[in-house]
Design a protein around this ligand. Structure first.
Ligand SMILES: [Zn+2]
Length: 255
């Protein structure tokens, strides 16, 4: 059999047939792939720990002649990120991250920048768990740029006027930040202060490992996260199921 070795992280798994699972893996070499793991639900399966959420492993993948599904042969764990899975709040954040990646990246298209961004974000969550929501926002802003859905944050997305010191409305489906004259009416908008806009701009250009020095008020950070992920959901026409639960288990008082 012809196997490909790929470094990657599991984003999720679903039960399949009697003892198997189908896992989604974000790999460096192949992008996002789906692979069947045979016998994984039997006791003593050697692969069980390597298909844990966001455990980084080298996977040995075999592709059948037809279809996009791979067969996972072997796996060697590189980094288990055990520190990130100690409590359920941290795991919930990881589940949001996994869903955003699995819903927004095209299957079978490798993207080195996205892989590196994921690793940097996991390292950031490990070092600065108290900044987890800020890191999620930074991740999404950078991901949107890499995937070709950048938000205009420098000038008004419609009239092009400078936004310095002005009231700004974050309306992703109309380009990003809009001035008061252009904001119009309707829902899916969020007013950001000039300082909030500065933080967003910095979050997008600052390396993830420096993002924790920036601050957003909890209510502002949650609104921004929901506004930008809501935009991704509508653009991709795929609902993100984890966010509602995330908002419930991580109340604003804890940010
Ligand atoms: Zn304008």
């Amino acid at each position: 059999m012809n196997f490909t070795a790929a470094k990657g992280m599991v984003l999720g798994a679903t039960a399949y047939a009697e003892a198997d699972k189908i896992v989604q893996i974000y790999t460096l070499q192949l992008g996002r792939v789906r692979a069947i793991v045979k016998g994984i639900r039997k006791p003593k399966s050697k692969l069980a720990s390597s298909i844990d959420l966001f455990t980084e492993s080298t996977f040995s993948l075999h592709k059948k002649a037809s279809g996009s599904l791979y067969v996972l042969g072997q796996a060697k764990i590189l980094n288990g990120y055990a520190d990130l899975k100690k409590d359920f709040l941290a795991i919930t954040t990881l589940q949001v991250l996994a869903e955003i990646v699995s819903q927004s990246t095209p299957e079978g298209e490798p993207h080195t920048e996205v892989y590196e961004l994921l690793i940097e974000t996991l390292d950031g969550l490990k070092k600065e768990p108290q900044s987890s929501e800020l890191l999620l926002i930074a991740f999404v802003l950078k991901l949107m740029e890499f995937l070709g859905y950048p938000l205009e944050l420098e000038v008004c997305g419609e009239c092009g006027e400078t936004l310095d010191g002005k009231k700004v409305y974050l309306i992703p489906h109309r380009g990003g930040s809009l001035c008061e004259n252009c904001q119009g009416s309707g829902s899916n908008r969020f007013q950001v202060t000039p300082m909030g806009l500065e933080v967003l701009k910095k979050l997008r250009r600052t390396p993830i490992d420096r993002a924790h020095v920036l601050k957003l008020k909890p209510m502002v950070s949650r609104q921004i996260l929901l506004t930008i992920t809501g935009y991704l959901e509508r653009t991709l026409e795929k609902p993100f199921r984890t966010l509602e639960y995330y908002s419930k288990v991580l109340p604003l008082e804890q940010l």
